[in-house]
Ligand binder design. Structure first.
Ligand code: NVA
Length: 310
């Protein structure tokens, strides 16, 4: 396993074979859990969870996953740790590395999670920054394999190759990690956003290079209808991300035409499904009607779901 990258800081810089293996492994682990229940795979292992921003799904799923695999978590309160102020990132990373087996960090800046990884001698997992949300993209990949990956003859796709995903809204952290997933896995990714809310040029360049190798494609359009015309799945996220509260009025006005609603779905293929990383703001980026419709798919399926509910 020594050839595997040590940290999960973003998706775009990882080897494609590794990203695909992560998605497939997630699917295997879920299937094993469904069949056999909790395991002892991480018995005696501890993960430190550090969240500078609010979290429901990411925090709970990391805690529950550690518990259900025989491990444990330590929650680090950002106020009491005061990373970079009370003590240096260097010292915190070195100390934590002596006691825990993994550091899971949700920070505002991507630089902070990278700095933690630079000094830590245990793996650091990015649990969302202003720029990336790699775990969310991996969960999306797993969900696609689990629930969309059917060929016309009913058998499952080997991978995500050829799946067409349309992201409607902000070229934000979630969109960045999804575009990278698409590049690695040969998916066709389209972002529809208003002018000024595109994804960073450096990321697009890397995603396009990945697409050339994988057979996928990257496209950016203004018109959401054009984006969804041939989509297998429509993805959306809040217009105002955590930390952007000061831009709420401006962004809400600029994204007004980018709502995932019945009108937009009418422009998409009849079997196209919709998903959202959550939390959602119904009435803004998506309507409640769409979230309540049979075309909506939750990513956060858990142990209570039966196969026939997937
Ligand atoms: N773009 C959102 C994702 C929340 C999971 C945010 O950063 O707030």
């Amino acid at each position: 396993m020594s050839s595997h990258p040590k940290h999960l800081l973003n998706l775009v810089d990882l080897p494609s074979a590794y990203v695909e293996a992560l998605v497939r492994d997630a699917r295997r682990v879920r299937a094993e859990f469904r069949e056999k229940g909790p395991s002892n795979a991480l018995k005696g292992r501890t993960a430190a969870l550090f969240f500078e921003k609010p979290s429901l799904r990411t925090r709970v799923t990391f805690e529950v996953a550690m518990t259900q695999t025989g491990g444990s978590t330590v929650i680090l309160d950002p106020q009491s740790i005061s990373l970079g102020k009370r003590e240096s990132v260097h010292d915190a990373a070195k100390s934590l590395s002596r006691w825990v087996d993994c550091i899971v960090a949700r920070t505002f800046s991507q630089g902070l999670v990278e700095e933690l990884a630079h000094y830590a001698t245990v793996p650091v997992i990015n649990a969302l920054t202003d720029e990336e949300h790699p775990c969310q993209a991996l969960a999306f990949g797993e969900m696609l394999l689990e629930r969309l990956g059917k060929r016309e003859d009913g058998t499952l796709h080997d991978g995500l190759h050829g799946t067409r995903a349309a992201f409607i809204g902000d070229g934000n952290n979630v969109a960045n990690s999804l575009a990278a997933l698409a590049g690695h896995c040969g998916m066709h990714f389209t972002l529809a956003c208003p002018e000024g809310f595109e994804q960073p040029a450096g990321l697009i360049e890397k995603v396009e290079a990945l697409c050339r190798a994988s057979g996928g494609s990257y496209r950016q359009v203004r018109d959401p209808r054009e984006a969804v015309r041939d989509a297998d799945v429509i993805y959306t996220d809040v217009w105002v991300s955590m930390g952007e509260e000061g831009q709420a009025a401006e962004k809400t006005a600029r994204f007004a035409g980018y709502q995932v609603n019945a009108g937009l779905l009418a422009a998409a293929p009849a079997d196209c499904v919709v998903t959202h990383c959550l939390p959602a703001h119904p009435g803004e980026e998506i309507t409640q009607e769409v979230m309540d419709s049979p075309r909506y798919r939750r990513e956060d399926i858990g142990r209570e779901m039966r196969n026939d509910e997937l």
